[in-house]
Ligand binder design. Sequence first.
Ligand code: ZN
Length: 306
Amino acid sequence: MEVGPRDGLQIESRTLTTDEKVRLIDALVAAGVREVEVGSFVNPKAVPAMADTEDVIKRLEPREGVTYRALWLNPKGLERAIAVGRVRLVGRLTCTASETFVKRNTNRSIDRTFAEMPEWITRYKEAGIKVNGMGMMAAFGCNFEGDIPQEKVIGLIERGMSVLADHGCKLEHQDLADTMGWANPRQIRRLVGAIHERWPDLTLKLHLHDTRGTAMANALAAMELGVCNFDAAIGGLGGCPFAGHKGAAGNVCTEDLVYMCEEMGIDTGIDLDALVGAAKLAEELVGHPLPGKVMKGGTLSRFRHH
Ligand code: ZN
């Protein structure tokens, strides 16, 4: 899932116009990206860059095989997503593996997050949305708490599963976010391996921030264990609002990830040259250089033809 228009743009100092956002999303879709997180329904006062999410969504052409997604964090956000339509409504619960981080971020404890899950399940059910997913932030480490033990992550997945089971639902999709860029490939292998062993049918998706330069290596480690769902940001858009320092890299870079896959013989269904074009457009729109590598070095097709 391309998350640049949401995870990336939300912390840019220059807010893109609705037109510019639509241009960027259209360029991504034209390159063959099939799932795009186009914005978030959060408090416009807290995240002014996402205030026009409704307008962006209304402007997007519905396209066969393309899914638009959006983020919400509270009941009001979900209501807005339902009202605007056109975005795929996913019944996904969220939790955080770091007690300190969840307190700072949401003024809640981990226990309270889980205690509130039944209300969310009810809310989703009332809206006719299937609840079968859970996201976990800071699953690999936290700037405020330190290392996150693997047993804790496994325990939280187990807890989410039992809350869902109590309400007649089943956890089918687990997203793990390396929110502050702590993960390393060995840790990824250990955790993904342990989850696969325990719950072979659980689909994993990774959200890897490149804060310390390991996102691509982490993605490859997960791919080698069969994980095939990743979030990625065009051009490597976005920093880490929680890193506490300026200049932090964003999510794993979409076109760099696609480049690596294609060079390894993994068909992504994406036109890499067109995707690089989208990355250059993103760079032009935000008005400063982006961390993506392939957009600077160029794809190999050009050199192979020499
Ligand atoms: Zn993120």
